[in-house]
Design a protein around this ligand. Structure first.
Ligand SMILES: [Zn+2]
Length: 123
């Protein structure tokens, strides 16, 4: 949750002129995660089958080895477009994946692939 200052309600000297002296708007955003029914992971060909022995469904891509490059699972893109259509979202003809670099205790890659600026679908 974030709190956004209502700047249009202030005059140049900073005096609050909002009726009822309400100075802030509460803006609540939701981050929703879903599990897709794909046979392989989103950025590599490793299986998503449940119940395998630990560390047997990994490869250089999903373990973040230097020089490995992710490739988007085509089925994931299809599901994303289907979800966008079902929710009346805009489907972008061009999309961009972003790499957010930071340390996760349970993800030694030190990055997460995200769609921050040009997602497959939006709004
Ligand atoms: Zn993998």
């Amino acid at each position: 949750m974030s709190v956004k200052k209502r700047s249009e309600a202030l005059i140049s000297d900073g005096t609050n002129v909002t009726p009822g002296n309400k100075q802030y708007d509460t803006v609540i955003g939701l981050e929703v995660h879903i599990e897709l029914s794909t046979e392989t992971k989103i950025f590599c060909g490793c299986s998503t089958k449940f119940g395998a022995m630990p560390n047997t469904q990994t490869c250089p891509v999903c373990t973040g080895m230097p020089g490995s490059l992710p490739v988007l699972n085509e089925k994931v893109a299809e599901y994303a477009v289907a979800l966008g259509l079902a929710t009346n979202s805009r489907i972008n003809r061009r999309t961009i994946f972003d790499r957010k670099n930071y340390f996760y205790k349970d993800n030694q890659q030190n990055y997460q692939i995200s769609q921050l600026y040009v997602p497959i679908c939006e709004e």
